[in-house]
Write a protein that binds this ligand. Structure first.
Ligand SMILES: *[C@@H]1O[C@H](CO)[C@@H](O)[C@H](O)[C@H]1NC(C)=O
Ligand SMILES: *[C@@H]1O[C@H](CO)[C@@H](O)[C@H](O)[C@H]1NC(C)=O
Ligand SMILES: *[C@@H]1O[C@H](CO)[C@@H](O)[C@H](O)[C@H]1NC(C)=O
Ligand SMILES: *[C@@H]1O[C@H](CO)[C@@H](O)[C@H](O)[C@H]1NC(C)=O
Length: 264
């Protein structure tokens, strides 16, 4: 039978009390702690909670600048040097050490995406039958650009070096031009801090072409490239009239670039 509600009684309000040091109070405290602390720990340990930096992938736009500095050490015995570079001022300093090699280079865009993927570099150093190469040092200079977040423009280098107790005929090298980031890059804007030549090719002073000085100044930079995993193969047994050959392949791999997140 449908009816009208005449009176309703609210649910009984019952209080259960316990002492502050009782087991029940302890259980209540434990439950409260478990509610807040584990999620906090989880978020913190997942490294995603107080994120200060992030990363993205980009293949840099790299171009060989056709700038080279080359030093060959002759041996065995008290080593004399042969040197050459694309900087006329350096060559003038060499006098009888100057030996002009034959260069052939080719950059290749393997996947046709408009960005070069590797450089094939070949250097043939003409030698007298009595001259034997026991070591080479080679600086190759590049233009290096990133576009995806900030526009980052720099001039960078690959340093190739190899020494052997046995005179060589050919040196093969095959490695990556890797980005070395000591500092986060900006997430937007234009960064041309390091758009300066690695070698000061206008300087008439020998100290400006000293490999130790060049490398020390270069490593002062916060962002550099380094020729990594060169996998050198040193071939011996040069024919008396044959040149010494360096055959290097330098790849321009996709990089993971770190940048700061905007702080609110
Ligand atoms: C970087 O330097 C090169 C050569 O010095 C210059 O031609 C170029 O305009 C510079 N790029 C930027 C973005 O400043
Ligand atoms: C290169 O060397 C010359 C002569 O020492 C100097 O005047 C010039 O400022 C140097 N350039 C750079 C970019 O360091
Ligand atoms: C290089 O990085 C250090 C540390 O992050 C910074 O203090 C310095 O200003 C940076 N140098 C340049 C030229 O940006
Ligand atoms: C350089 O060496 C590679 C093998 O590593 C070879 O395929 C290539 O033909 C050589 N390049 C030249 C110009 O000789």
């Amino acid at each position: 039978m449908a009816g009208v509600e005449l009176f309703s009684h609210p649910a009984l309000h019952t209080r259960y009390r316990a002492g502050l040091c009782s087991a029940a109070a302890l259980a209540l405290l434990l439950i409260a702690v478990l509610t807040y602390v584990p999620p906090l720990l989880l978020a913190y340990r997942s490294h995603g909670f107080w994120l200060k930096q992030s990363a993205y992938r980009e293949q840099p736009t790299v171009r060989f600048r056709y700038e080279v500095l080359f030093v060959a050490t002759l041996g065995p015995g008290p080593g004399s040097l042969l040197a050459w570079s694309t900087f006329p001022a350096f060559n003038r300093l060499q006098e009888d050490r100057l030996r002009v090699p034959l260069l052939s280079t080719r950059e290749e865009d393997r996947n046709q995406d408009g960005k070069m993927d590797q450089l094939h570099f070949k250097l043939e150093l003409p030698l007298q039958p009595t001259e034997h190469v026991v070591g080479v040092q080679l600086i190759l200079l590049f233009s290096y650009h990133l576009y995806r977040m900030s526009t980052f423009v720099m001039q960078s280098m690959a340093f190739l070096q190899f020494f052997s107790p046995v005179p060589g005929s050919q040196l093969f090298m095959n490695g990556d031009l890797k980005l070395n980031q000591r500092q986060l890059l900006h997430h937007c804007g234009l960064d041309t801090r390091y758009n300066v030549s690695v070698v000061n090719g206008t300087s008439p002073f020998a100290s400006d072409y000293d490999l130790t000085n060049i490398i020390a100044a270069y490593w002062d930079r916060n962002v550099t490239t380094v020729f990594s995993d060169p996998n050198p193969v040193w071939m011996t047994g040069r024919a008396a009239d044959a040149p010494f050959i360096i055959n290097a392949t330098i790849r321009y791999p996709v990089e993971v670039i770190l940048y700061p997140l905007k702080t609110a």
